[in-house]
Design a protein around this ligand. Structure first.
Ligand SMILES: Nc1ncnc2c1ncn2[C@@H]1O[C@H](COP(=O)(O)OP(=O)(O)OP(=O)(O)O)[C@@H](O)[C@H]1O
Length: 388
């Protein structure tokens, strides 16, 4: 009812017209709460509406002066929860494969707070990509090469070469080069999956020593698709990226200097990526005006150096990007979930109207509606929450 009553704000007069939208598709995915989390008393605070395309309720606890029970602030946003990885793949990832096969750059990245399901999603998608690449439906002769690496802070490690560190540099043409990285030629789905498994095991074992088991590095799987009939340098590239979870310093389990430095570098790389995306043509700053051409220090972070092609107007190959914003539905994570949705909101201002239920719809719905509901001071007691 609230969705239907809501009128999106009018475009501000005098706002600059947008330039060509970038080729970005954004979807959000709310993971289910696990039975273990349920047994700890963590209740679901973010859930999608089965009767509404792309709408989700985000319940936020607020303490009110005077002993009034906590409020639920309801935000209406996008999303479909419990969507199977295969459905996400068919709708927004599969198209990247013929795109890269034809000599373009396809990039998928999963973004979200720690524990929101990024690795789960990317691993599932990697399996489906591995099957599609060798199912015989793609035409033409191609040679496929796989590189898997990890970006932790400002260091890069080759996961196909026993986690050997390697430098990320720019050549004289401004192209990012992964110096000395190992590329393995792949000829079948099992071969590709075996290499992915080895790399993921290596990544996980390198991080288990670091207390809470969260992966604090960005994992990049790069599949280079060489077309023997074409001149060198015209290869298609497919990137599958599992970004590290964003985290606030107060949430960091250990406050050792090394650990805090790691968190700072991680947040910095995510923030530079965000600034970078914001500066792209077609991305709205949120007030209806086109972005100013601000200088973005992409060299400050290895992540943005590696992803430079996405934002570089001199890049001759066309780029298409799919972003999956992952959400942990627990009520303890609503603040982080809201940030993730805002990030998705910023990105999807450039995409056409939602096509299906996991797409993120109107950019303004979340803020305005939450504001209205909050202003009405609608109080909805949450049974059971205080006990937990
Ligand atoms: N769609 C899903 N369905 C079922 N379980 C899921 C789903 N998404 C995530 N999970 C489970 O939730 C937990 C956290 O997921 P995952 O490790 O992928 O999160 P993450 O965002 O990569 O975390 P981090 O950034 O801390 O490494 C895992 O136990 C995973 O199996």
């Amino acid at each position: 009812m609230l969705v239907h009553r809501f009128e999106p704000p009018r475009q501000k007069t005098g706002s600059k017209s947008k330039t060509t939208p970038p080729n970005i598709t954004v979807v959000t995915r709310v993971r289910p709460i696990s039975s273990e989390e349920g047994s700890w008393g963590l209740v679901v605070a973010v859930c999608s509406r089965s009767d509404s395309i792309g709408a989700v309720d985000l319940h936020k606890l607020r303490r009110v002066v005077g002993g009034v029970p906590p409020l639920i602030v309801i935000l209406l946003i996008s999303i479909g929860a419990d969507v199977q990885t295969k459905i996400i793949y068919d709708d927004v990832v599969h198209s990247l494969i013929p795109w890269a096969w034809d000599g373009n750059v396809g990039t998928l990245f999963a973004y979200g707070q720690k524990g929101s399901g990024k690795t789960f999603t990317v691993r599932g998608l990697e399996h489906l990509v591995a099957q599609s690449l060798f199912d015989g439906t793609l035409e033409g002769e191609r040679n496929l090469y796989l590189a898997i690496f990890e970006l932790a802070g400002n260091s890069a490690y080759d996961l196909l070469s026993a986690r050997a560190p390697f430098p990320v540099r720019e050549d004289h043409l401004g192209t990012t080069q992964l110096v000395g990285i190992q590329e393995s030629q792949i000829g079948s789905t099992p071969e590709l999956l075996a290499l992915l498994n080895t790399a993921n095991e290596l990544r996980r074992s390198a991080h288990t020593v670091k207390n809470d088991g969260s992966l604090r590095s960005h994992a990049v799987c790069r599949i280079r698709i060489e077309r023997p009939s074409q001149e060198p340098g015209r290869d298609g590239i497919l990137y599958l990226i599992d970004l590290a979870g964003s985290e606030a310093a107060r949430d960091v389990f250990s406050h050792l200097t090394e650990r805090m430095k790691e968190t700072r570098e991680l947040n910095m790389s995510l923030s530079v990526l965000k600034d970078y995306i914001r500066s792209m043509p077609g991305i709205d700053k949120g007030d209806g005006t086109a972005p100013s051409k601000a200088y973005i220090p992409f060299r400050q972070s290895t992540l943005t150096k590696v992803l430079k092609h996405l934002f570089d107007s001199s890049e001759s190959r066309q780029c298409r990007t799919t972003v999956i914003a992952c959400i942990n539905p627990s009520f303890l994570d609503t603040g982080a979930s809201k940030n993730t949705l805002r990030y998705a909101e910023m990105l999807c201002q450039s995409q056409p109207a939602p096509k299906w239920e996991v797409h993120y719809p109107s950019a303004h719905t979340m803020h305005d509606l939450s504001y209205r509901v909050a202003n009405k001071e609608k109080q909805v007691p949450v049974l059971g929450l205080l006990r937990s």
